[in-house]
Design a protein around this ligand. Structure first.
Ligand code: C2E
Ligand code: CA
Ligand code: CA
Ligand code: CA
Length: 278
């Protein structure tokens, strides 16, 4: 009875068209937007529990598109991965962070910055040499750089991934596994990777406190990761209750709005003295 009218079809097509048009606009304008500095980094401080200070920040990308407004990274990063443009973003991200490091070192701000890379970047055999060249070009100590990759790197050729990660680590760059617990891998597998840190995904904190099972998973993950020799960060910490519980559980580092939101570079500079004296 509910026959589709021409209008209905036109309506549905229009919606599809809109989504497709948006995707195309995003993809097509990415290279130009990168060149024209429509993208920038914000930096989220991480709290080192043992010293009570901020010792690291994570760089998170932001895009203010002149036509579409703010485009979240969760929307354009996957598109860039699918269209083979992620290497443009990753190269831009590394350069951006190293340029920022040069400025910060000149101001006496000596901090490790973590950059998010895509699993696709790990397939590039030149990645270690590219990173090495950039560090030399900007004269930034390798100790001031960390890269974050997700456990989906385990889907790549394991022997080659280990080799690539080893080469990066030999430069003195630290490596973290991001979003731990969201994939299907276990710490038993991650143990094979030459990594320094495990970041437990914020999804686990959604049911924290009111859910003893979720609590146990986080506690056990922290303990296991530490017993395997990894540093542990829990991300997405928003409240004092969760913060206090995680300290009890023995996490090394905490990241989340309870400590600090991601900040533009100038705001980070203003808060730096306070952050390292906390
Ligand atoms: P991620 O690497 O897991 O980054 C953490 C995300 O959690 C960030 O979202 C951050 O703003 C957000 N966050 C921080 N504190 C809290 C909190 O207390 N509560 C909640 N609910 N969220 C918090 P953002 O900046 O939107 O980034 C989303 C994702 O986009 C990142 O997840 C990462 O996977 C990707 N991404 C961001 N920047 C880059 C980049 O430069 N390169 C690549 N390849 N991916 C990036
Ligand atoms: Ca990350
Ligand atoms: Ca994460
Ligand atoms: Ca994430």
């Amino acid at each position: 009875k509910a026959k589709l009218s021409r209008n209905d079809i036109a309506f549905y097509n229009q919606d599809d068209d809109k989504a497709q048009y948006r995707e195309l606009t995003i993809i097509n304008s990415l290279p130009k937007s990168l060149k024209q500095n429509q993208l920038h980094m914000v930096y989220q401080p991480k709290l080192d529990i043992s010293s009570g200070k901020c010792s690291q920040v994570e760089a998170l990308i932001r895009w203010e598109h002149d036509g579409l407004g703010i485009i979240p990274p969760t929307e354009f990063i996957p598109l860039a991965e699918h269209t083979g443009m992620i290497d443009l973003i990753s190269k831009w991200a590394l350069e951006q962070v190293l340029q920022q490091q040069v400025k910060w070192l000149q101001q006496g701000i000596n901090i490790k910055v973590a950059v998010n890379l895509s699993t696709k970047d790990l397939e590039n055999q030149h990645l270690p040499i590219d990173i090495s060249n950039l560090l030399m070009q900007y004269k930034v100590p390798a100790e001031n750089l960390m890269i974050e990759i997700t456990e989906s790197v385990l889907m790549l050729d394991l022997a080659r991934t280990i080799e690539t990660l080893k080469e990066i680590r030999e430069l003195g760059v630290k490596i973290a596994i991001d979003d731990f617990g969201t994939g299907h891998s276990s710490l038993a597998y991650l143990r094979h990777l030459p990594i320094d840190e495990v970041k437990i995904d914020k999804a686990f904190l959604d049911d924290f406190n009111c859910d003893l099972q979720a609590n146990k998973i986080v506690k056990t993950s922290i303990e296991l990761a530490k017993s395997l020799g990894f540093d542990v960060t829990v991300e997405g910490v928003e409240t004092k209750d969760v913060f206090d519980t995680l300290i009890e559980f023995g996490t090394d580092t905490i990241q989340g709005e309870y400590f600090s939101k991601p900040l533009v570079a100038t705001d980070f500079e203003l808060r730096y003295t306070q952050l390292i004296e906390q």
